[in-house]
Design a protein around this ligand. Structure first.
Ligand SMILES: CCCCCCCCCCCCC/C=C/[C@@H](O)[C@H](COP(=O)(O)O)NC(=O)CCCCC
Ligand SMILES: Nc1ncnc2c1ncn2[C@@H]1O[C@H](COP(=O)(O)OP(=O)(O)O)[C@@H](O)[C@H]1O
Ligand SMILES: [Ca+2]
Length: 583
């Protein structure tokens, strides 16, 4: 039987006989018994077919073609559980079909390819790929060329590949070069590399739209190009939180089939304008100190975070600060509602309607972005002041292999809000309990010294008494910076004027860790601790302490689909915790 996008015939897979049916949206093949009765059916959505080739074809580890006249091979997405990770692992499924004639073989390949074009219009044709050869365990190049490039080739995607030679090369390229013809940008690296792509694409989009990124109140234009992440970094949080596993093949398959996951982005401003964007972690205190310390130990690779985390825990620091936040609508969702943002999340879908009220399809999203920060609809700011172990803002769960449920397990990828986590100063064992709960399913917010708020914006400032001490000791915290970078550290004084660290005079205090060289003594015995910490912004140290951050709903789109519902099956602990799983 044959119509435009439909085809049905008898086929053989190995020695077994099947009836194969293409219905347009679905391709399936059913094993038949000797009396022609149906046995098992395998069904693949056309949207998840990766490619169709004439003959018997192998792709990995290398492409081998045996162009047998009456055989065609179909490649498609196959799911398997990982056991340990939250999401589902995708692998490349491959089935070789034999048919009675070459004519029928050609009909099958023609129809399947036509169905792919018709039903998967969002697939990328051309991609710009940046590889950071130094990220994570320095395996970016190998991962791309051995695991990813063959899949892109199979899917007929053409790629322009740039192996970076310096930090910020990818960002600068995106800001300066004409991106016409590229459907998306892929980064092979970690969260820092993703952040470069994020800055490049957001900046380039605002330039084209004539919008000023420095203006905190401006409604930024969502980026029309998708970002793909092939994980090859240290934390790989953005990949883990949007796909559910750290696996280059899974991520490559999401890119190939043109999956689309919107993502909220925080912009971070100081008085003089935009400082950076953040998606995974904007953290002051513990996470800032861990990052600053870890930069001195980059040679350790991903282990630098474990080492620095231990050192910073033992140094037992807390910092004074004033936190102001603008709460999000509590009727829409809450960071304590025990839901999980999964693929097709209803909270995020409703947010799309709210953020883009006049758009009926994704294509028109970019012309009707609702002003999310108009002063009349802002609401009331809340102010808290005190000493904190850490102050963190994340606009997604920020789950990662270190913390499978993340910094805020019920945060949403695309709801236009972020979660503000305030950990007040507490006893070292209390703080250890808080940190340890990130590695298990125990609720890290169910502690008396922890608060979590769903917010639209956050402001952080130093209490008046800290103003003088502000940068006295930042030299000890900005361990990863060279002299030149340190010179750039500046603050906004309470009167609003900016002052350079270099202008602040002599007498910079050493941190206790520097004085004693002993983290135990430093944390537990010495009295003088640094007065200020630094901000960790997705793995970069910010040059300012007093900042204002706001969430921009669904500012970028990733080639991902969120964590698939099938993952719920593997999360028995979550069900015990009473989670409602959002579908
Ligand atoms: C006693 C056990 C303590 C375990 C604490 C676990 C807490 C883990 C939370 C991790 C949140 C990660 C948020 C992501 C941050 C990344 O953007 C950033 C840069 O990543 P990359 O470019 O890949 O290097 N990573 C970090 O800042 C690492 C934080 C590690 C904190 C221990
Ligand atoms: N060729 C390069 N040399 C040095 N640094 C680079 C290069 N390319 C990218 N970077 C920078 O390396 C930093 C870390 O990269 P990332 O891929 O996130 O690895 P990791 O997860 O190990 O930190 C990023 O901030 C990025 O700007
Ligand atoms: Ca969010």
């Amino acid at each position: 039987m044959e119509t435009d996008l439909q085809l049905e015939s008898t086929v053989w897979v190995g020695s077994k006989i099947y009836r194969a049916v293409l219905t347009g949206w679905q391709f399936n093949w059913t094993e038949l018994d000797k009396k022609n009765r149906d046995k098992k059916t395998i069904s693949v959505p056309v949207a998840e077919v990766v490619g169709v080739e004439e003959g018997r074809v192998e792709i990995l580890p290398q492409k081998l073609i045996d162009d047998t006249d009456k055989v065609f091979t179909v490649f498609y997405v196959k799911r398997s559980s990982t056991g340990s990770s939250y999401g589902l692992l995708w692998t490349l499924g491959r089935t070789q079909f034999s048919v009675p004639s070459r004519v029928l073989r050609d009909q099958w390949t023609k129809h399947l390819r036509a169905a792919l074009k018709t039903h998967s219009p969002v697939r990328p044709n051309r991609l710009l790929v940046f590889i950071n050869p130094y990220g994570g365990k320095k395996k970016g190049r190998k991962i791309y060329h051995s695991l990813v490039a063959p899949l892109f080739e199979l899917a007929g995607i053409s790629c322009h590949v740039i192996v970076t030679e310096r930090a910020n090369q990818a960002r600068d390229h995106l800001l300066k070069k004409d991106l016409t013809g590229f459907d998306g940008v892929v980064c092979v690296g970690g969260d820092g590399m993703f952040s470069e792509i994020l800055h490049g694409l957001i900046g380039q989009t605002q330039q084209e739209a004539g919008l000023c990124e420095n203006d905190l109140t401006v409604t930024l234009q969502p980026c029309p190009r998708h970002i793909g992440i092939i994980p090859a970094g240290s934390t790989d949080c953005v990949c883990y939180a949007t796909v559910g596993v750290i696996d280059p093949v899974t991520s490559a398959l999401h890119i190939i089939i043109g999956d689309s996951q919107p993502l909220d982005v925080c912009s971070v401003h100081q008085a003089s304008g935009l400082v950076r964007y953040s998606v995974s972690l904007l953290g002051y205190g513990f996470y800032g100190d861990v990052l600053a310390e870890s930069e001195k130990h980059r040679w350790m690779g991903p282990l630098r975070y474990d080492y620095s985390g231990t050192m910073m825990y033992l140094s037992n620091r807390s910092y004074a600060g004033i936190v102001q936040y603008l709460p999000a609508d509590p009727l829409l969702s809450s960071p304590r509602d025990r839901t999980r943002c999964l693929s097709g999340c209803s909270v995020c879908s409703r947010s799309t309607e709210r953020l883009f009220p006049h758009s009926s399809d994704a294509g028109s999203l970019y012309s009707s972005h609702y002003n999310q920060f108009s002063s009349d609809s802002e609401g009331e700011w809340v102010t808290v002041e005190g000493r904190f172990r850490c102050v963190s803002l994340t606009c997604m769960s920020s789950s990662c292999p270190k913390s499978p449920l993340g910094l805020s397990p019920s945060a949403h990828l695309a709801d236009g809000t972020g979660d503000l986590i305030l950990v007040w100063d507490t006893h070292p064992l209390g703080f250890l309990k808080f940190l340890y709960r990130h590695t298990s399913t125990e609720d890290q917010f169910d502690l008396p010294f922890v608060e979590v708020h769903r917010v639209k914006a956050v402001r952080f400032s130093l209490p008046p008494s800290k103003e003088e001490e502000e940068y006295e000791e930042i030299g000890g915290l900005s361990g990863g910076m060279d002299e030149e970078e340190r010179g750039y550290i500046e603050t906004v004084s309470r009167s609003g004027s900016q002052q350079h660290l270099a202008d602040r005079g002599p007498g910079r205090e050493m941190t206790n860790l520097q004085k004693t060289g002993n983290p135990f003594l430093c944390g537990l015995c010495c009295s003088k601790a640094p007065a200020v910490s630094v901000w960790n912004c997705d793995g970069e140290i910010l040059p300012s302490i007093e900042i204002l951050s706001r969430v921009h709903g669904q500012l970028v789109r990733l080639y991902a689909r969120g964590i698939e519902d099938g993952a719920a099956v593997h999360c028995s602990e979550d069900i015990e915790r009473g989670c409602t799983l959002q579908i």
